[in-house]
Design a protein around this ligand. Structure first.
Ligand code: KG4
Ligand code: ZN
Length: 332
């Protein structure tokens, strides 16, 4: 089965072609970082306008790279939520248009489900597993019991982990998005030189909170003054990152222990973080568990994961009709 995956939920315009649910023939992403960079975060109206400009070239590019035409497709999978409604509508409208013109079935995909399944594009993982999804918009913990069977364990009560990275990077004038830059900078710093508080939830909760950490960084920068903290940037980045990683790894491992799981799968943009990957490997090994993470390009938003989720739904006979709408607050 040949499936086209279309993703426009936030600020990446992405399209991919997936063969038989495992061979990625093309996976193209047009990033809008340069558009939103000057604002230090995604500007929804600019995002939708940029999707309108990029969607057809990205689709054409993906089909060309895969060496297939629209008439060869067996299905189309498109993100229908959660995300920015104006952005979602661009991808959804294009997918519906192609479906209508060529008579190709299409399915609307939950972006969160696609992240949780992205690992299968590269590795075989046996169910059940604990999934930690950490991105710019979400920080969620699930028990994945099978395809379509997800048990919610916890989520962030305020900022998402990626959002904390982006906001701290903005405070330090490091540009947008902040995750990659802080990750790189932190490698030159000492995580013990500047220590930030960790938020711990009460026993039994698998929720997260990152806004206190963000505020702590703000107070630290203000207290030191720019002249002083400029020369400590790498240590601040390392201290902040170590706190984020602690706050992600600890609940994920506890969830695995308490639910009797031996596998933890990471997903979402923050799963590309080098320190998170390192710590997750070390700590799961100590407990006789296994950690899995997709390669960085499949952690951040991409069309291949949408096509993969679409493949499973299409295989199970699901078909959506043209009344399907975008849902900015779609849950799993
Ligand atoms: O999954 P994603 O591409 O989009 C959303 O659905 O949000 O995630 C983007 C987020 C951004 O906040 C970005 O700063 C963060 O992932 N990110 C990282 C890294 N690469 C991207 N955070 C920490 N370390 C990284 N290496
Ligand atoms: Zn995402």
């Amino acid at each position: 089965m040949l499936v086209l995956g279309v993703e426009t939920s936030c600020d990446d315009t992405a399209a991919a072609v997936l063969l038989d649910g495992r061979t990625v023939l093309a996976n193209l992403v047009s990033s809008q970082d340069a558009v939103h960079g000057p604002f230090g975060g995604v500007v929804p109206e600019l995002a939708s306008r940029q999707h309108v400009r990029q969607i057809l070239p990205i689709l054409d590019g993906a089909l060309e790279k895969a060496g297939v035409g629209l008439q060869d497709l067996d299905g189309i999978a498109v993100t229908r939520g959660p995300g920015l409604v104006g952005s979602l509508l661009v991808g959804l409208s294009v997918a519906k248009g192609i479906s209508f013109r060529w008579g190709i079935p299409y399915v609307g995909i939950n972006h969160l489900e696609a992240h949780l399944l992205a690992i299968f594009l590269e590795k075989e993982v046996s169910f059940p597993y604990i999934a930690l999804l950490a991105s710019g918009g979400h920080t969620l913990l699930y028990q994945v019991r099978g395809f379509g069977d997800y048990l919610y364990l916890g989520g962030t009560r305020d900022d998402a982990a990626g959002e904390a990275y982006d906001k701290v990077a903005k405070m330090m004038g490091l540009g947008y998005p902040g995750g990659k830059v802080i990750d790189r900078l932190a490698r030159q710093g000492n995580p013990k030189a500047v220590s930030f508080p960790r938020c711990r939830m009460k026993k039994g909760s698998f929720d997260f909170s990152f806004s206190g950490l963000k505020t702590a960084v703000w107070h630290y920068l203000k207290g030191r003054g720019r002249n002083k903290w400029e020369s400590e940037k790498a240590d601040i980045a390392a201290g902040f990152q170590e706190a984020v990683v602690d706050m992600l790894v600890t609940p994920a491992l506890r969830a695995a222990r308490e639910h009797g799981m031996s596998r933890i799968v990471l997903a979402g943009g923050v799963a590309a973080n080098s320190r998170l990957r390192e710590r997750m490997v070390e700590e799961t090994q100590e407990e006789g568990m296994e950690a899995y993470f997709p390669s960085p390009a499949l952690c951040t938003d991409n069309g291949a994961m949408i096509a993969l989720a679409g493949h499973h739904w299409l295989e199970r006979g699901r078909r959506d009709d043209f009344s399907l709408n975008a849902d900015a607050d779609l849950t799993l």
